[in-house]
Design a protein around this ligand. Sequence first.
Ligand code: FRU
Length: 482
Amino acid sequence: SWEPGRVEDCGITVWEFGATGITRRTGTEIDAWMRADTKRPGLHFSPIRQWMNDPNGLCRIGETWHLFYQFHPSGTDWGPMHWGHAVSTDLFHWTHMPVFLHPEQNCWQLGATGGAFSGNAFRDRDGAQMFFYTERLPAYDLFSGYREIQKLARPGRGLVTAESITTVLETRPDGVEHDFRDPKVWWDAVRGEYRMILGASLDGDPAVLLYGSENLLDWRYLGPLYRAPARFRGEGARAVECPDFFEIDGKWVLVMGFVGHTDPVSGRHNLLYALVGDFRDDRFVPDNDALQLLDFGTDFYAMQSCAADGRQIAFAWLFNWEDRKPPGSPYSGEMSLPRELSLDASGRLCMAPAREFEALARERGEVRDGAAALPDAPFDLVLTGGLEGARITATQAGGTSFEVGVTDGVLWVRLPQDDGRIRYDARIAPEADLRVVHDRGIIEIFADGGAVCGTRRNYKHTSPDALTVTTNGRATISHPEA
Ligand code: FRU
């Protein structure tokens, strides 16, 4: 075991190759450079440069949170996957660390995509910190597929790089084709053994597979933990990705994404679903079969959570493949606000900004009906009482930046780019509350105690300058500062 020590000492240095030579940039300079980017969100985590996707390896060691992420360090598009890394003591102010995991050498040599895919952090009963993840390899046949195998990475001192890497699972069960990835491991105290789940496709249906192990190195297949109903295959779903499975208040929660799925009613894709139930004798029995949609936007994906500090903390990747950052941006991809997960009285999974968010709030003031000037700063707007007919309109230079409203018990969000083909809405209870956090084009909506959430991304209008709020109840605003 090692001491966390002074993590600042190993923060990242960036070398910039310019026309006039090479400039070395260190922590505070990088921070200043990132803050000077007027299109970059201030409260939401983003990589210094280049491409980022899923959150990975989320954990807390001592007082320090570690956030790893899918990272392509040589481009603003997806490519051979590395694990980027950052640390924080409050989930909002991050120190960027060197790349933690590199893809297998052969991905570079053969020019194929792949590399160190998503996975989770795990601490064994002796307190040893480790990470399980998927390595995607160019296929047996390079041109017609790929192969996914599971690996265990043990970190070196201070978690700066992965020091030893072991392959722990290569063979797929019958009926499981290429997709076989994104491990999450936990210690099952009842069984006295380790358990792991993987996202996969089982005979063509999206599925979550369950494995068991006594030593974390040899894993045996215990069968599917969950298999999606047939209708999902009909709606384009091919496999489960990024399954998360955790316990809250004695109930077990399964969260997952379905690759390829489009909801036929709303037209939405890139969705996450949750099921709440019991996990006993290696069987997961949901309380009811209806999958809870975790977000009614299309920009909240690959959520990963971890149990730490007496809470279940989660991040998700705010992105969908159809809507990209305009060219010229030094990076692509942002994380959601850190969120705390809970269950409400009716067993719904609820999300709220992590409590550290409240510490960033500045004075909270009442919002009167009608238009008011907005400073170019994040805002946190809360509406209570009488949501029916409520409307929030943010404008930039007179044009709409985004609108949120409630009509006939339906909460909706609209961006200028919407053409009506996709419905971004959800039914809410008449007495529901509503919170809208805006940060440079990121719109995160929390309603009905956090059981109804919606996330959208407007890359074009990132600095609305006026806000109009209409409500029958009360509206208050604060401008949190990171
Ligand atoms: C989800 C995902 C994961 C995979 C990773 C690759 O966005 O496709 O299933 O591990 O991204 O970058």
